[in-house]
Design a protein around this ligand. Structure first.
Ligand SMILES: Nc1ncnc2c1ncn2[C@@H]1O[C@H](COP(=O)(O)OP(=O)(O)OP(=O)(O)O)[C@@H](O)[C@H]1O
Length: 688
């Protein structure tokens, strides 16, 4: 296996003697899941069958067949290992070594439909080696890079279609303008190909995606989405490492020295290739022509690999026989680290054997990778800004990771506590998930704000207010809350005064009864004597009845005094003038007592309605205050963690379930919102 003759690749040093990295090419096999494992996925029924009957066994990274023998590799991957596992096992170290100044190449090789594009490009659900390598590059810059090292990342993306080079980042560039030449600094490279500098993984992935969109794919008999070209992403890494004295760089706010003296610059390239698949003759002429070119370049690649595997014994390596081998020459020539991923589908034994033989030959190739290095004098001003940029990238990355973890954590908690069964798509954030989530968040925020405005408008609407207060005081007049309050208080004091008056009468009558004889003839109080009157005014002083007249039997007219023409009269004048003392029956005292009790009840009712009003008024004051607060300082936005068509998980700065319930439950169109308060007011999350 690999022997190291240099310090570990990520141990970047400023030693003038660059390390040499000697090892065999790393070769891995990835076995496409069988149709039996994918019976729901008809697109896997693409590989032509052969009649060879052989069964393959996999053990300890060795693939064996009784008919074709044993093949031993660095790794053999099978379902259900995802591409991330393949990457971590077979590619990640190589990417780190490229970051430390070595050239490196990863390519997928195999027959059509066996999973090269699946492995290299992948999908949102199962990202491929290319996007994983991109993230790894920036991880290195943010986390593993040595101090005082600046990185510049550039990318180019070329396609070789029918032996013609095509720039996927500048498709209008004529094929003839892109030439493969020896560059004294970077070795063999495509001159004229566009290189785009990027400083975030997102930007790099976007550039690659724009190239993918231009890549030629066609449906063939063997693969519904077959790559008809070889695609080569080149990530060019330029790094500058400052000498240890850089550590005396003044802190920000102070002037930097004019130059930092001698620094080491390195340039290395990571080649990521998704090759077109070897294939049998197609029925369409166009496909046949493409297939011929594909096969020819793969044949040359096979020959180059075969010759390289002979070591010093091979006299001539035919790099120039195809554009593919010429472009990959720097990576194949033994100076680069190489990891080959061969994809096989056991359902086609002939192609499987052919691929395994290619892989076995590649495994024999010994490489001796050299770390590029060059002394240079670098002036300083950008040093700190690079450090800052690197630190910012790290912060951004860690923040994103934290967000993802929070989302996953919340989704898991929610699932555990509510039994909500998130779909596979929801359980894993997708690359465009944040955009969708952000849009949803804005929509919901918008909805909440609109509803709050409506709610507050309703509360402040005079009609609504009157109906609220009118319901408790039974007042036809549409008064302001304050006027209604005053009115109610006034009535209460009238009642109290009247009760006092009645009590006084009762007292006087009882004194009189004690001192007078009781005559015949009685006046029976009836329930109509004092109906549940709604007194507006009670004559409580200064009138002709000497404060003692009151009448009942029927309703009183609001605002009127008690009517003297009533059926029953209680008062000094009539009693003293026309009735004998016995005009007051013994039951009268009891009656008065009942009347007093009844009036007390009414007073209590009034008090209660008063306190209802107080509550409403204080609520209105509270709402008013909140309205002012809201206008002055809107509530912090809710954070949506995960969502699906029907459920969104939100962290809310508001700790009131009732508040949230109000704002979400009022619309039928709103999704179910699962709210987890930041500082939970309740133990369990609640669902509206
Ligand atoms: N390991 C795997 N796991 C799941 N699906 C796979 C796997 N390998 C391949 N497939 C599926 O098989 C189909 C063909 O794969 P893919 O397009 O990657 O083949 P290819 O080798 O790139 O073919 P071509 O050379 O024609 O471009 C795709 O639908 C892909 O998703």
């Amino acid at each position: 296996m690999a022997s190291l003759s240099s310090p570990p690749a990520n141990n970047s040093s400023n030693s003038p003697n660059p390390g040499t990295f000697s090892e065999n090419i790393k070769v891995s096999i990835r076995v496409k899941p069988s149709i039996a494992n994918n019976h729901n996925d008809m697109k896997h029924r693409t590989i032509p069958r052969t009649t060879v009957d052989a069964s393959w066994a996999i053990r300890d990274n060795q693939i064996s067949s009784s008919e074709f023998g044993n093949f031993k590799f660095d790794h053999v991957f099978q379902t259900p290992q995802p591409t991330a596992y393949v990457f971590d096992t077979a590619v990640k170290d190589l990417v780190d070594q490229v970051m430390a100044g070595y050239n490196g190449m990863v390519f997928a090789y195999g027959m059509t439909g066996s999973g090269k594009t699946h492995s290299m490009q992948g999908s949102n659900a199962d990202p491929g080696i290319i996007p994983l390598a991109v993230n790894s590059v920036f991880d290195y810059i943010g986390i593993n890079s040595p101090p005082y090292t600046m990185f510049k990342i550039k990318v180019s993306y070329l396609e070789i279609y029918n032996e013609q080079l095509r720039d996927l980042l500048a498709p209008s560039t004529p094929a003839d303008d892109i030439r493969i030449r020896d560059d004294p600094k970077r070795g063999v490279r495509a001159i004229g190909a566009k290189e785009i500098e990027v400083d975030t993984p997102e930007a790099l992935l976007q550039v690659i995606q724009s190239g993918n969109n231009l890549r030629r794919t066609e449906g063939t008999e063997f693969n519904a989405n077959s790559s008809r070209s070889h695609a080569v992403v080149q990530i060019i890494v330029e790094s500058t490492s400052y000498p240890p004295e850089s550590s005396v760089l003044p802190l920000s706010g102070h002037a930097l020295p004019k130059n930092l003296g001698s620094a080491l610059t390195r340039a290395s390239t990571l080649y990521l290739c998704d090759l077109a698949g070897s294939e049998r003759a197609a029925s369409q002429t166009e496909r046949r022509k493409e297939g011929a070119y594909i096969n020819k370049s793969l044949l040359t690649l096979g020959t180059v690999i075969s010759r390289l595997s002979l070591g010093g014994a091979a006299s001539h390596i035919p790099y120039r026989d195809s554009k593919l081998t010429r472009l990959l020459q720097p990576a194949l020539s033994g100076r680069s680290l190489v990891s080959v991923l061969c994809t096989v589908d056991f359902s086609n034994h002939t192609e499987t054997v052919s691929t395994l033989r290619f892989a076995a030959r590649a495994k024999n190739i010994m490489i001796s990778a050299k770390r590029s290095t060059e002394d240079s004098v670098v002036s300083s001003p950008s040093a700190m800004s690079f450090e800052l940029a690197n630190a910012n990238r790290l912060i951004e990355k860690l923040t994103n990771q934290m967000q993802t973890l929070k989302m996953e954590n919340l989704a898991l908690k929610t699932k555990a506590s509510t039994g909500v069964n998130a779909s596979a798509n929801n359980s894993r954030p997708t690359s465009d998930g944040s955009v969708t989530s952000y849009t949803l968040q804005l929509k919901i925020e918008n909805k909440i704000l609109n509803e709050r405005i409506e709610h507050l408008t309703r509360l402040f609407d005079d009609d609504h207010l009157d109906s609220l207060i009118g319901a408790t005081v039974d007042d036809d007049q549409r008064l302001s809350p304050r006027a209604k309050d005053d009115e109610s208080k006034r009535k209460e004091s009238e009642y109290k005064a009247y009760i006092a008056q009645l009590e006084k009468q009762v007292y006087e009558q009882s004194v009189r009864l004690r001192t007078s004889s009781v005559g015949s003839g009685s006046v029976s109080p009836t329930s109509t004597f004092f109906p549940n009157a709604k007194f507006s005014h009670i004559n409580n002083g200064g009138n002709n009845n000497n404060n003692n007249s009151i009448s009942g039997a029927g309703t009183t007219t609001p605002g009127s005094h008690f009517n003297a023409n009533s059926n029953y009269v209680l008062g000094k004048s009539p009693i003293s003038s026309s009735s004998p003392p016995n005009a007051f029956p013994s039951s009268t005292q009891q009656y008065y007592a009942e009347m007093v009790a009844q009036l007390k009840e009414e007073v209590d009712d009034l008090k209660e309605s008063n306190s209802d009003k107080d509550r409403i008024i204080s609520k209105l004051k509270h709402v008013n205050k909140r309205k002012e607060n809201l206008t002055a300082k809107p509530l912090p936005p809710l954070t949506i963690n995960t969502h699906s068509a029907s459920t969104a998980h939100i962290e809310s700065p508001v700790h009131s379930p009732a508040y949230l319930r109000y704002y979400y439950a009022s619309s039928n169109n709103s999704p179910n919102i699962l709210v987890q308060p930041l500082k939970p007011a309740v133990d369990e999350p609640f669902i509206f």
